[in-house]
Design a protein around this ligand. Structure first.
Ligand code: ZN
Length: 506
């Protein structure tokens, strides 16, 4: 009797455990609930002929590592024969306090609450195949002290239009850091983590430092396929559409498909709560440490996506994901994904709504229309602030828009800023975040508002044209100004120069 009762209890316990596991699986793995919509025709067309990146990754939380095999199939699109290929290995910047963008005096205490923790990227092999030739080990070195500029020597000429295949094995070490690359409070952020081919711009490979202010990245669109295994109690969200399935050894394999994206980012946690909805064929989802915060992010993200889609042109990707991350910034944009800070989620209110709306706007101004975020940070940031004003008007009306414009843009024109920086300055001209924020976000937004006023409120119309012309491409400042002139029939470069390049002596 006692035995039978015990057996019955065990059966009941097993049933409960299985039920709990099924509930967890449904709850924690977003793809198990709503599925992303199909790839639309614009995205399908944009993805044709792009370079391919295939990543196989295994996440090991105990060792804070990700073991990666990455294959890049790249075509020489530089217009000149190359003997060197440059790739970016940003995680290496986190190896020492001297080079980590999170270890500056301004950020150290907030980003490393338990003291400095090293991160990095260690190669086990780098192999290269030119065209249809045989694969061989490739030699490489680094062009900077932080080892973020990797130069692979090509054994033969890489002529324009020719293809090469690079196969790399490496391990990522994720620092204990409250940052876009790091783990803090149980949330893992893998931003700018995977090896990225450096774009060729104006006759050279870009080799910008991982500067601590702004988002010092620039990259081309490629087609990504990523297969990630992680312990099955982790919720996983990343760039692109995903599907998850359990593996034989108690892990979960998540496969991501992301056509025409500039980078691939990941967020993982065992504590994420997931909320989803379908809107206009797009799967919108939010992952946060609480149900309430996931729902709040989801609601704002979906509203912002709808607003910008109606104002500038349809969101091109089948999925948009917002993830809570612990870092001392409002948010950080990646293709089809934005990280939103725990601090803002705890504060809530207008500050949170504005941060989510700003990050969502980056899907138009950064993810779709790429720009030089190092030398012309205003080109995405000021446009995102202007888009935020559009969102605010759609949501709360013209008077509230005017009020927000006053606090965001007009007051930024009045405060005193040390000479030497303008909204048109590169990120490395700025000494701290508050100066950067006032000048690039605030005065940059003032520039867009002045332009809109001078254009009699037709800047949105221009942005429709700008988006359709440069989606999936990189737009320079000259591209912006030239298209503006074509669109309006007037030259607005004196007005832009007044705002973007002129020091204010307040
Ligand atoms: Zn931004």
């Amino acid at each position: 009797m006692a035995k039978r009762r015990l057996r019955g209890w065990l059966v009941a316990a097993a049933v409960t455990l299985v039920a709990a596991a099924v509930t967890c699986a449904l709850f924690l793995h977003p793809s198990a609930a709503l599925a992303p919509g199909p790839v639309g025709s614009a995205l399908e067309a944009a993805s044709q002929g792009l370079d391919e990146i295939a990543i196989d990754a295994a996440f090991h939380p105990v060792s804070r590592t990700v073991d990666v095999t990455q294959v890049c199939t790249l075509k020489n699109r530089t217009g000149v024969t190359q003997r060197v290929l440059v790739l970016r290995t940003y995680p290496n910047a986190f190896n020492s306090e001297d080079t980590s963008p999170a270890a500056t005096d301004e950020f150290f205490d907030a980003c490393y609450p338990s003291g400095f923790s090293a991160g990095g990227l260690t190669f086990s092999y780098v192999k290269l195949r030119m065209g249809d030739g045989t694969e061989d080990y490739a030699s490489y070195d680094f062009g900077d002290d932080a080892h973020t500029v990797m130069r692979v020597t090509l054994p033969a000429d890489w002529a324009t239009g020719d293809t090469l295949t690079l196969r790399m094995g490496y391990s990522l070490l994720i620092p204990e850091a409250a940052y876009r690359y790091g783990v803090d409070d149980g949330m893992w952020a893998l931003g700018n983590a995977f090896v990225l081919p450096s774009p060729w711009v104006d006759g050279e490979y870009r080799a910008d430092a991982y500067y601590s202010i702004g988002d010092p990245f620039i990259s081309d669109c490629r087609n990504y396929t990523v297969r990630l295994t992680a312990p099955n109690d982790y919720a996983v969200a990343g760039t692109g559409s995903s599907q998850s399935a359990p593996t034989a050894d108690g892990q979960t394999l998540t496969t991501f498909s992301a056509p025409a994206v500039r980078d691939f980012a990941l967020c993982l946690s065992t504590n994420y709560h997931v909320k989803q909805l379908m809107q206009d064929g797009v799967l919108v989802q939010a992952l946060a440490l609480s149900d309430t915060n996931a729902q709040t992010m989801l609601d704002i993200g979906a509203r912002a996506l709808k607003c910008y889609g109606e104002r500038y042109g349809a969101y091109p990707y089948p999925v948009f994901t917002l993830c809570e991350v612990s870092f001392p910034f409002g948010g950080m944009e990646y293709p089809t994904l934005a990280m939103i800070s725990s601090g803002y989620l705890q504060t809530g209110g207008n500050k949170l709504e504005q941060a989510v709306a700003h990050e969502t706007a980056h899907q138009w101004w950064y993810a779709a229309v790429g720009s030089d975020e190092y030398n012309q940070p205003w080109q995405d940031e000021a446009l995102c602030q202007f888009s935020l004003l559009d969102y605010w008007e759609t949501r709360y009306g013209a008077a509230e828009r005017a009020e927000l414009k006053y606090t965001m843009a007009d007051t930024a024109m009045l405060v005193t800023i040390p000479a030497g920086v303008t909204p048109g300055s590169p990120v490395d001209y700025f000494g701290d975040m508050s100066e950067y924020s006032t000048v690039v976000y605030g005065r940059g937004a003032a520039a867009m508002c002045a332009l809109d006023t001078a254009m009699k409120g037709t800047l949105d119309g221009f942005l429709v044209r700008y988006y359709s012309t440069f989606a999936f491409k990189l737009a320079t400042r000259t591209d912006f100004e030239t298209l503006l002139k074509t669109y309006t029939g007037e030259d607005w470069s004196p007005l832009l120069s007044d705002y973007l390049d002129t020091y204010l002596n307040n």
